[in-house]
Design a protein around this ligand. Structure first.
Ligand code: FPP
Ligand code: MG
Length: 323
């Protein structure tokens, strides 16, 4: 990307943030709703999904003429992400997100449920008002996939027979579906042809998988504690991520992990057990095999970039995929 294109991307991100503020405007009545939305405007996200959308749009020949619409779409994709986190924090009873109290901690769970719904209603309004008819169905499919992913995760909770394919299905909803939407929306709106849309879809999905597997691996290989979350929170909650699933497949290691699963169910899972789990997961090849899967997803995403027409933005996409 040359300096001019980089500047344009920065400008678009700024406009996207303005639209985001507009979509989070205070309602005519309901002072608590107003406060919640004001808090949300202050949240410091990385805005990764709108960035994906804007980058994907660079492959389309109309992107210059639809820049404002692309910025709106970017804000709408970010709003889905925000609404889903408000609801996720309720389910997780999370006190903090990005260093700030969550909506549910500050205003209570009931208010937080409705605030998430309010954001979803703003998304639907804009999709119709701004005439995003073709993409509207895609937004709907994505929210459905996200709900199914979370329902799937709940259903699989605590199950020792949880499989890799069930895990992949769940993380499709949790992370990959929205990255896919971001890439498709940018591509469709800017007028990309069918094949380019397909490659960008492939890029978005695999980027999302890679991102989530990496997050799940970090629980085992990094010592940094996630804000407000105890370490190995997923395992304690009965959510088994890819490294654990793989380690469970090792018949020598399995009994040790099953014992820890039972201890977690009885809430006897302390820091000693945590260390034991990490050691078992490493010994059972969980880290190695999950890392291999993550690399396969990155490779698939890289291949999609290679299949796209040559463009300066491809380099920026490649940089996002560096593990
Ligand atoms: C975070 O998981 C969860 C998500 C990214 C997806 C949540 C999806 C829903 C609640 C369903 C869709 C709902 C709407 C309103 C669109 P995590 O708890 O593993 O990660 P965390 O550490 O960031 O909380
Ligand atoms: Mg959570």
């Amino acid at each position: 990307m040359n300096e001019f294109e980089k500047k344009e991307l920065r400008q678009d991100m700024e406009l996207m943030k303005k639209y985001l503020s507009y979509y989070l405007r205070e309602p005519e009545y309901g002072s608590t709703a107003g406060k919640i939305l004001r808090d949300m405007k202050m949240s410091r996200g990385k805005r990764l999904r709108p960035r994906l959308l804007l980058m994907a749009s660079r492959y389309g020949e109309n992107y210059q003429t639809v820049r404002k619409r692309l910025c709106r779409l970017g804000a709408l994709v970010e709003l889905i992400h925000m609404a889903s986190l408000v609801h996720d924090d309720i389910v997780d009873d999370a006190p903090l997100r990005r260093g700030l109290p969550t909506t549910q901690a500050r205003y209570g769970k009931d208010m937080a449920v409705y605030a998430g719904d309010l954001i979803l209603s703003r998304i639907v309004q804009s999709l119709f008002r701004d005439g995003f008819m073709k993409l509207g169905a895609c937004f709907g499919d994505t929210v459905e996939a996200m709900c199914l992913g979370e329902l799937g995760q709940m259903q699989c909770r605590g199950r020792e027979d949880f499989t890799v394919s069930q895990y992949m299905r769940n993380i499709y909803g949790k992370t990959a579906a929205l990255c896919r939407l971001a890439c498709i929306a940018g591509a469709v709106e800017s007028g990309c042809g069918e094949e380019v849309v397909r490659q960008l879809e492939e890029l978005g999905v695999n980027f999302g998988y890679m991102f989530q597997i990496r997050d799940d691996l970090l629980d085992f290989v990094s010592n940094t504690v996630k804000e407000g979350k105890p370490t190995q929170a997923d395992f304690r909650e009965g959510i088994y991520t890819l490294p654990v699933i793989y380690a469970l497949q090792d018949q020598k290691i399995r009994p040790g992990i099953i014992r820890l699963i039972h201890m977690a169910k009885e809430e006897c899972f302390g820091s000693r057990e945590e260390e034991e789990l990490k050691a078992l997961v490493i010994e059972g090849g969980g880290i190695r095999r999950a890392s291999e899967d993550m690399e396969s997803c990155a490779k698939r995403a890289m291949q999609a970039i290679e299949n796209l027409p040559d463009h300066g933005v491809s380099k920026v996409f490649r940089e996002l995929l560096v593990l």
